[in-house]
Write a protein of this length. Structure first.
Length: 94
């Protein structure tokens, strides 16, 4: 029963459009992708996660961000990877 509810909720959810949250303006941070309505770059937020910050830390320290904007960052990155826009590491032979 629980699985059926989960599937129904998941399938009926609208897919988030990251373009509603991530923008780029050549006049702001040299055109780096930003969270809409802020001067906070996607790169900066990803860097915070890489340094060990979690969602709670980021939202507490950057009150202009919300859970949806963080989710949009990951959807944006997913599309970049899928479209081959991110660097693909070469194989190294040890």
């Amino acid at each position: 029963m629980l699985a059926k509810k989960f599937i129904t909720l998941y399938c009926n959810r609208k897919k988030m459009n990251w373009q509603d949250y991530i923008v780029s303006d050549k006049e702001i941070l040299l055109g780096k992708p930003l969270i809409k309505g802020t001067r906070i770059s996607v790169e900066h937020v990803v860097g915070l996660f890489g340094q060990g910050w979690d969602e709670k830390d980021i939202l507490e320290n950057y009150p202009t961000l919300n859970k949806e904007s963080l989710k949009a960052i990951f959807l944006y990155l997913q599309d970049c990877i899928k479209d081959g826009l991110l660097f693909q590491p070469s194989k190294r032979i040890a």
